[in-house]
Design a binder for this molecule. Sequence first.
Ligand SMILES: [Zn+2]
Length: 193
Amino acid sequence: MKQLCSRQVHLDFHTSENIPGIGARFDPQDFANTVKEAHVNSMTVFARCHHGWLYYPSERFPELVHPHLEYKNLLLDQVRALHKKGINAPVYITVQWDYHSASTHPEWLIRKKDGSHEGGPFTEPGFYQSLCVNTSYWEFLKAHTAEVCELLGDELDGIFFDIVGIRPCWCASCRAEMKKLGIVIISRQGIRV
Ligand SMILES: [Zn+2]
């Protein structure tokens, strides 16, 4: 069993598609040297961010690679550069916040009892329109996670799943399952639905 690292950094990296030149000046050695000099012994690097973009050359989901990712092998080269310095590099995957998925798959959204979704309107900045993992989104999440595992193989130190919560949901998929399980849903008007 691995010892818990004493100096861990969570590299938060949520990058809108409106930002150009992602990783354009990335230098793996400079990156790893900086981390080493800071005496950090674990740094979380990122496979998929809250905007829904990927930072590796995905074969299964090429349309989800950040449109301005200039350093194509960013994830893998971050991991390898850190490993060369003896630094752990677990991989970050967002779960319930993903703006691209939320805006292109309304059937994946968590629904409140009145049918509205969580978070602000899609016309406003932010990525808080949470996804329900009890929908076919689950299949995407599994395939994406499997791809990351295959990409890194033995080089994978672990996965950091972010934004994972047990939340009430009245989406079509959850309502169908509740019906199947005999769970009674009462509308705001007191009507059994
Ligand atoms: Zn649901």
